[in-house]
Design a protein around this ligand. Structure first.
Ligand code: NDP
Ligand code: MG
Length: 382
């Protein structure tokens, strides 16, 4: 029986991960949330973790008070440091990181530095600190197991070690989001509610906006470069509107393998947890009889500037992807507060990438400094 530490347990990936954990009969060694202690408390009662982390300090204190005197209550770790402590904690086989944003980076590093395998949903870890994360995995003999559906698909297609050596190209699929086919003019007035209506996936608010701007595909391109070691020009983005093909790989002989399935995150979550084995069905089977068609298109980078900006960022290297991510996190927050229009997100992300050279080596202090700088840039360019 595997023991799992689940970070971001109250989110979209977090709650689906608990369904998978329950179906597999795995044990939960730790849970972490930011401030939703009502849901976290229900999860504690259902899964009995030995420790929990709550990053919002006042919520952590309130949870501790609620649990006082309860038999078998978990230890409550507080703040960002508490999240790191939980991730590196002793008894677990794997840490599933489903925190949203750069807040997930220190926990990914802490888990890897403790020699622990990480099932990674938090793509921002690799985007902001890809060099540090991959180095920590290598130096400590720990594995990164992709949870993101596209990267899980690529990973699944590369399980044959002989073929994996001949990988030539990645075909990273994109749904195109709710605004596929629209012109800049047609995007000028779209609202938060329009952007939150994703055609195929039900996800947290931040990644749903990232899908509407195509920032998500830009982040995933960077994620793929770090996970699979191909240069960015060998990662081709293919719009696959139905989200049935989750990505493809092409080998030296131009043979292509794809992974297909219903758009349901429980499949890639489970694969990351059960790898190298496969578990039972957690999601319905793909019904080819009623599927109709699978279509392919190209992404419109001239309209969706976040994708173009991420391509520029990974080509620049160094901290450029971190800057793009920081600007995006801040811009998405402002868009969700109705303070900036939709197209302004792309403008701000591209603006920060174009501003500096960014290349070269970096350490964790540089990452946080760059993130702060990018957020400040956004706030001063409203
Ligand atoms: P949600 O917003 O639904 O959940 C985010 C989780 O992170 C919650 O548990 C939240 O706690 C916690 N959290 C928020 N802020 C902080 C913080 N500052 N420190 C620590 N924890 C925090 O996000 P999703 O589940 O949609 O996404 C999680 C990650 O997975 C993202 O990186 C996303 O890109 C990636 N991903 C998501 C997919 C999806 O289908 N949703 C698909 C592929 C990747 P609280 O509830 O208390 O606020
Ligand atoms: Mg994805």
């Amino acid at each position: 029986m595997k023991r799992v530490i689940l970070l971001g347990s109250t989110g979209s990936i977090g709650t689906q991960s608990l369904e998978v954990i329950r179906a597999q009969g795995y044990a939960v060694a730790g849970l972490a949330a930011h401030s939703n202690i009502d849901l976290l408390q229900r999860q504690i009662a259902a899964f009995h973790p030995a420790a929990v982390a709550v990053t919002d300090e006042s919520a952590a204190v309130r949870l501790e008070a609620r649990l006082a005197g309860t038999a078998g209550a978990p230890r409550v770790l507080k703040g960002a440091e508490g999240l790191r402590t939980l991730a590196a904690g002793q008894q677990a086989d794997i840490v599933l990181n489903a925190v949203v944003g750069i807040a997930g980076l220190p926990a990914t590093l802490a888990a890897l530095e403790a020699g622990r395998d990480v099932a990674l949903a938090n793509k921002e870890s690799l985007v902001t600190g890809g060099y540090l994360v991959t180095r920590a995995a290598e130096e400590n003999g720990a594995r990164l197991l992709p949870v993101d559906s596209e990267h899980s698909a690529i990973f699944q297609c590369l399980q044959d070690a002989y073929s994996a050596k001949s990988l030539k190209k990645i075909l990273l699929t994109a749904s195109g989001g709710p605004f596929f086919g629209r012109t800049k003019d047609q995007l000028a007035d779209v609202t938060k509610a329009d952007a939150l209506r994703h055609p195929n996936w039900n996800m947290g608010a931040k990644i749903t906006i990232d899908s509407a701007t195509l920032m998500n595909k830009g982040l995933e391109l960077i994620e793929a470069v770090w996970l699979f070691g191909l240069p960015p020009e060998k990662v081709q983005i293919v719009v696959q509107r139905q989200s049935i093909i989750h990505s493809m790989v092409q080998f030296s002989d131009n043979s292509v393998l794809a992974q297909l399935g219903v758009p349901d995150m429980r499949i890639p979550i489970q694969y990351a947890l059960t790898w190298p084995l496969r578990g039972g069905a957690v999601a319905p089977e793909l019904d080819f009889a009623h599927l109709g068609s699978i279509t392919f298109d190209t992404a419109d980078e001239a309209t969706f500037r976040c994708l173009a900006a991420c391509k520029k960022a990974i080509a620049k290297g160094g901290l450029a992807p971190c800057a793009a991510n920081g600007a995006n996190e801040e811009a998405v927050r402002l868009f969700l507060e109705d303070r900036i229009p939709f197209l302004k997100i792309g403008e701000l992300v591209e603006g920060i990438v174009d501003r500096e050279a960014y290349g070269g080596a970096y350490d964790i202090t540089d990452v946080y400094e760059c993130d702060r700088m990018a957020r400040a840039y956004v706030l001063s360019h409203l």
